[in-house]
Design a protein around this ligand. Structure first.
Ligand SMILES: [Zn+2]
Length: 541
């Protein structure tokens, strides 16, 4: 008996002293392709009804995630609950069919959906632009770090501003100037509307262009009749422009011709020293709105840090998708198996690995499944407005979205490469998996501003959005890019985003290991990664 006790004692001593590397390795071994497959299959199945916020599909999804967080051993993170309630506003805009442009002695009309698309976030039953003066404000950007102000010495209060999409760097190409080809946040349409509102404009029309926007006119005009979701605002967004709109290229050219100007002057807007130009025209239109408030939920599970529990690393993957919609070939469920089932599986596997560590991480790890990403990062935005940890002590956000099922990749594509020191963590750990860092090959589309990590970036928290995507270990680069293009054309936001038996989730599995290691490293450090000097988010931290 005594011998046996001694034996037990040594076993205890041995296991208590497991080296950090051995501990890390046994945690990594809990990340398996079988688990990733099982989770992706479940979360992408018809039983989840397309995971739409505020529906039966939401209940099923958030209850499943809660049960998984419990099974894994995460604590409820939101005051004793795994759920953080999020109020949503669903608003339907019904703009008049015509936009009237009046000059001194004549006027022209633009047609809804062909020439323009018009939206509003304002919870007001009726909105009207009544002969609102039109001013061309170039790119509509105020960027102190580039000594740039398109609104300098021009009063646009109550007026209608017309702005170009994207930013001057796309035209100029100089990487030091608005990051060249890569879109800065100043190029994103959400920024244009935000800045126009700060300047007091009544309406903001963005001139659409395929390359600068990153998508065609159809994407803009299609959205105009469906109800849209926003985070509920206690003032009903009365501080936003009444009308947030787009003009097609052709309509914009007509507008400038009406003002006696050539669209060639748009090029001038990319040059320093550009001054806003009043068009001596006015805009008139009306819009009716109806809206309702509904409730949805973020899901949050926590592993408390062992010594600096007030500092946190946040992993995120949105749970929502589009629910049940129009029937296409007999199927009406928008499963969102890739968007975002595989990333949820990725995050659950990372959570399991953290819990499996014998030496708990020094910093806390929060696992966050936001709602309402598809409608505009709603749950993530609500979280940063109501954070569970001080944002200044939030070390990093590591997000994923749309992890494709095409097997292992040699690259780790970083969307928003160059924004923060988090890139260095990827560079350091990627070679262990015989992988290399690849900056997003299409930075002009502004993908960095189009998924949940961006809500964190906007709140000053360094945020990483990265995954294997472009260089298949087995089939090479060309093949992987073709597969990605196929997926975007045939499955993205369609009923065919569904789990299939041919899926190869070995890449998602390897990404879970890699990003677990990155978070683990961050969790054991006492320093905070920073934004890089040329980042538009640097001044927020
Ligand atoms: Zn997504």
């Amino acid at each position: 008996m005594k011998q046996f006790l001694t034996f037990l004692f040594f076993i205890f001593l041995f296991s208590a002293c497991k080296s950090p590397i051995a501990d890390l390795n046994q945690a990594l071994s809990t990340i398996t392709i079988e688990d990733v497959e099982r989770q992706s299959k479940i979360l992408g199945s018809d039983a989840f009804m397309g995971r739409k916020p505020c529906t039966e599909g939401e209940k099923i999804t958030i209850n499943y995630l809660e049960a998984e967080f419990k099974r894994i051993g995460l604590e409820p993170a939101a005051n004793g609950s795994y759920f953080q309630e999020v109020s949503l506003m669903e608003i339907t805009n019904t703009p008049d069919e015509k936009l009237q442009i009046s000059g001194k002695d004549k006027s022209i009309e633009f047609d809804l959906l062909t020439d323009f698309a018009a939206f509003s976030m304002r919870a007001e039953a009726e909105l009207e632009l009544n002969k609102s003066e039109i001013v061309f404000v170039g790119y509509g950007i105020v960027a102190p770090e580039y000594n740039w102000n398109d609104y300098e010495n021009v009063d646009v209060k109550g007026k209608t501003v017309v702005v170009l999409v994207n930013d001057p760097g796309l035209v100029n190409g100089n990487p030091e100037f608005f990051k060249g080809n890569a879109m800065t946040y100043y190029g994103r349409w959400t920024y244009k509307y935000e800045e126009a509102a700060r300047q007091g404009a009544a309406a903001c029309f963005i001139i659409h262009e395929d390359k600068g926007a990153g998508y065609g006119w159809g994407v803009v005009s299609n959205g105009n009749e469906a109800p849209r979701l926003f985070l509920a605002d206690k003032n009903g967004y009365s501080d936003r422009c009444a009308i947030q709109a787009w003009l097609s290229q052709d309509a914009a050219k007509k507008l400038f011709a009406e003002a006696g100007l050539n669209s060639e002057i748009w090029k001038d807007a990319a040059n320093p020293g550009f001054k806003a130009i009043p068009l001596n025209l006015s805009a008139s239109m009306k819009m009716k709105n109806s809206w309702r408030i509904d409730k949805s939920n973020n899901v949050l599970g926590l592993l408390k840090g062992s010594s600096r529990a007030d500092e946190v690393i946040i992993y995120s993957a949105h749970w929502d998708h589009f629910g049940i919609g129009r029937k296409v070939d007999g199927d009406s469920i928008y499963n969102g198996a890739v968007d975002n089932g595989t990333s949820l599986a990725w995050m659950l596997e990372i959570a399991e690995a953290f819990v499996a560590l014998e030496q708990k991480p020094e910093r806390s790890i929060l696992f966050f499944a936001p709602t309402g990403e598809e409608s505009g990062l709603i749950g993530a935005t609500h979280y940063v407005q109501n954070p569970l940890f001080d944002l200044k002590k939030t070390v990093a956000n590591i997000n994923n979205d749309m992890m494709l099922p095409y097997g292992r990749m040699k690259d780790v594509m970083i969307t928003g490469f160059g924004q923060s020191e988090l890139d260095n963590y990827v560079s350091e750990i990627a070679p262990k998996y015989d992988r290399y860092v690849l900056p997003d090959p299409n930075p002009h589309t502004g993908m960095y501003f189009r998924a949940d990590h961006f809500a964190f970036a906007k709140a000053g928290v360094p945020a990483l959005f990265a995954r294997g995507n472009c260089d298949s270990r087995e089939h090479g680069k060309e093949w992987a890019l073709k597969k990605e293009a196929d997926w975007l054309a045939n499955n993205y936001h369609k009923v065919t985003d569904e789990y299939e038996t041919w899926w190869d989730l070995s890449g998602v599995t390897e990404d879970a290991k890699l990003f677990f290691e990155i978070g683990y490293k961050l969790s054991m450090e006492s320093t905070f990664p920073e934004w890089n000097a040329n980042s538009e988010f640097k001044h927020l931290r």
